[in-house]
Design a protein around this ligand. Structure first.
Ligand code: SFD
Ligand code: AMP
Length: 626
């Protein structure tokens, strides 16, 4: 495919939102409001269709962040304590509190827009756990997208455009570049400010799924590290790149466990029927003070389970039948008890049908009736997701009224790069925002970005020659395939190029074996990481030989380049933090203990001019006491 066949489309706007997921849709609604008052243009670009893009594509069965501030259910301080404890002390209190004070209003908007939130006989929200609300959420994303589309107007939304990277005007962000995944079009978006919300990163590590199930993951595989790549390449300081998330999920189809643990109050046991949370409880003292908090941090819950797995005590089971029996037995009346049983059974299936349909299919395929027998659970492969129980993302400025000087350089949620804002999985150190908090953070960031444009926004100056070079680089894999593929009979085997799937498998193998993936039982060390980084260097060399047969494969090429950069930031950060702080997420075998002098943020920064990485420590400032 000749690169010269590509039409170049140029779009000029004031605020550019890249991504179309929860954070981006929140940003769209808020930005549209403030932009109208100031006569500004807002443009949103998604690589997919906003209606069903991002992590919420399949729907969700719960809203995991609802604070209930107005009803006095909880305080902001409660939420900050919960988050920082769950992350073993590493959290930006200012960012977490800022999202927590706005999240309820996002939830109320979802309800107003038509999302069914469960209520009890008194009309009160049904909680899954302290912070979580139950929803009938199969169409959650469609509902949230509709509001975003109405707010921005369809002409300002570009779908099926894959954003490759930032457009810069010196040190300042000036827009983004990408290509259509349907037509031969190269896109240049020029903007006065850019809000990055392209989600987290999946398939950086080898997944447990293989063979016929290859590609199946918990978080969506189409979240491929574009946020991290965009911010790293713009020169933004990144934070918590070592804080991956390993979710415990129903084995092989990745069904969520939250409803079982919190709503149904189920227990998990090893193959001998022992509850590892009880038999291993004494281990928690080694991770004080966080081993003592309630709930036990997610990584420590994982760790206790992994200790049993290490000793060959699997399979690990969610005792679904036991939980259902206990809940239905609590009903003394025989007829009501039978009805209760039916209700619980259908809630169990709906939990999966609302957000992880494949798990319901696997249950059906393997004759599982949750009220009759337990189901296997397992620790999944690592994900990079700043919005859940991981923390990776860009280092962003905090709210003026809460952030200490160290955390404040002007506009809220602006990265260390002028005009570059981040939200959702794209912003770090503010874990446990989930779908609702990501939406709220998108709103916060968009409001600040509009303020920035009004006060400081300037038309960007772009170097046309450099831009032409960028276009050639982005489209190069198409030319490589066209020129070199006739040289062999099998297009997969060619000494002159590497196809994106093979490239991804090679990346995953490096990460799995050297950076503490599933096959290494999440263990790594200084020598392993150094070897892994050496191998990653060779992979980077070969990234220039990626080949694409068509536009779809061109997207796959760049997705994997994005993953590779996320991988590098991750390995460098684990290497820098020479302690083990999150056993259950990863374990540094050479530094197996948590150290008080490492109660800091590990940040890193790539210098686009020199190609050098800088590792930094930033203080954890406790704004809210224990
Ligand atoms: O319980 C490009 N999440 C849950 N949150 C909840 O509130 N409740 C739950 O029940 C949740 N569960 C859950 C969750 C996620 C998944 C996959 C499952 C279950 C199975 C987490 C939330 O979904 C998550 O926190 C938010 O969605 C994060 O929001 P955001 O905006 O940061 O990411 P996104 O929604 O994935 O959107 C990303 C967008 O970027 C686009 N994109 N566009 C252009 N160019 C590129 N290069 C791009 N790369 C990506 C995407 O298309 C998308 O629009 S539970 O199991 O945890
Ligand atoms: P999950 O399905 O694992 O994504 O969990 C959904 C929500 O429940 C998240 O807010 C989790 O932090 C929380 N959660 C899951 N399991 C537990 C548990 N065993 N104890 C406390 N909170 C949990």
């Amino acid at each position: 495919m000749n690169v010269n066949d590509f039409e170049t489309v140029e779009v000029s706007t004031d605020l550019l939102i890249v991504g179309g997921g929860m954070a981006a849709c929140g940003a769209a609604v808020e930005a549209a409001h403030w932009a109208k008052q100031n006569g500004l243009k807002v443009t949103m670009v998604d690589k997919a269709s906003v209606d069903r893009s991002g992590a919420v594509a399949m729907g969700l069965s719960a809203i995991n962040q609802y604070v209930g501030l107005k009803d006095g259910e909880n305080t902001l301080e409660d939420y900050v304590r919960y988050v920082k404890n769950d992350l073993m002390g590493i959290a930006r209190h200012d960012l977490v509190a800022n999202i927590a004070r706005h999240v309820d209003s996002s939830v109320h908007l979802f309800e107003k827009w038509g999302l069914p939130i469960w209520t009890d006989e008194d009309g009160k929200y049904v909680h899954e756990g302290r912070w979580q609300l139950m929803i009938n959420g199969e169409s959650y994303k469609v509902i949230v997208a509709e509001a975003a589309k109405n707010a921005l107007g369809i002409d300002n939304i570009y779908e099926r455009i894959f954003i490759v990277g930032p457009l810069m005007d010196g040190d300042k962000v000036a827009g983004a570049v990408g290509f259509s995944v349907r037509e031969n079009k190269f896109y240049i978006f020029k903007a006065k400010a850019v809000l990055v919300a392209m989600g987290g990163a999946v398939h950086v590590f080898k997944p447990r799924s293989s063979g016929e199930g290859l590609g199946r993951a918990w978080y969506p595989p189409w979240n491929s590290g574009s946020s991290a790549y965009f911010t790293i390449k713009a020169g933004a300081e990144m934070t918590c790149q070592e804080v991956r998330f390993i979710p415990v999920r129903f084995k092989d189809a990745y069904g969520p466990v939250g409803a079982w643990f919190l709503l149904f109050k189920s227990t998990a046991t090893n193959g001998l029927g022992e509850s590892y949370m009880q038999t291993r409880a004494s281990e928690l003292a080694n991770w004080a003070p966080y081993g003592k908090v309630k709930p036990v941090p997610a990584n420590l819950r994982n760790y206790l389970m992994l200790l049993d797995v290490d000793e060959g005590k699997g399979p690990i089971y969610m005792q679904t039948a036991e939980a259902i029996k206990r809940l239905s037995d609590a009903e003394p009346d025989e007829k009501l008890r039978r009805r209760k049983l039916k209700e619980l059974e259908s809630e169990a299936w709906e939990d999966f049908l609302d957000m992880t349909i494949s798990q319901a299919i696997l249950w059906a395929a393997t004759n599982v009736a949750p009220d009759e027998k337990p189901s296997e659970i397992a620790a999944a492969e690592p994900y990079f997701i700043g919005s859940h129980s991981g923390a990776s993302g860009a280092w962003v400025s905090g709210p003026e009224d809460m952030a200490p000087d160290e955390y404040n350089w002007g506009y809220c949620n602006m990265s260390t790069v002028e005009g570059l804002f981040c939200a959702g999985d794209a912003s770090g150190a503010s874990s446990h925002k989930f779908s609702s908090g990501s939406h709220a953070e998108g709103r916060i960031a968009a409001k600040a970005a509009v303020k920035y444009i009004v006060e400081k926004g300037a038309e960007p100056t772009i170097d046309a020659a450099a831009l032409e070079e960028t276009k050639q680089t982005i489209l190069a894999p198409l030319g490589i395939f066209e020129e070199k593929s006739p040289l062999t009979t099998d297009p997969d085997i060619n000494p002159d190029y590497i196809r994106p799937k093979m490239f991804m498998l090679r990346l995953q193998k490096i990460m799995d074996e050297y950076a503490g993936g599933v096959s290494s039982q999440f263990r790594t060390s200084d020598p392993l990481l150094k070897k892994g980084l050496e191998l990653l260097d060779f992979l980077r060399e070969d990234s220039e030989k990626l080949a694409a047969e068509d536009l779809h494969e061109l997207m796959r090429c760049w997705e994997n380049v994005h993953r590779m950069w996320q991988a590098e930031a991750h390995m460098r950060s684990i290497l820098f933090r020479d302690e083990t702080r999150w056993p259950g997420y990863y374990f540094r075998t050479d530094t197996p203990e948590m150290k008080e002098d490492w109660k800091v943020f590990v940040n890193c920064k790539y210098d686009p001019a020199t190609g050098d990485w800088e590792m930094l420590k930033r203080p954890v400032i406790e704004l809210i006491a224990d």
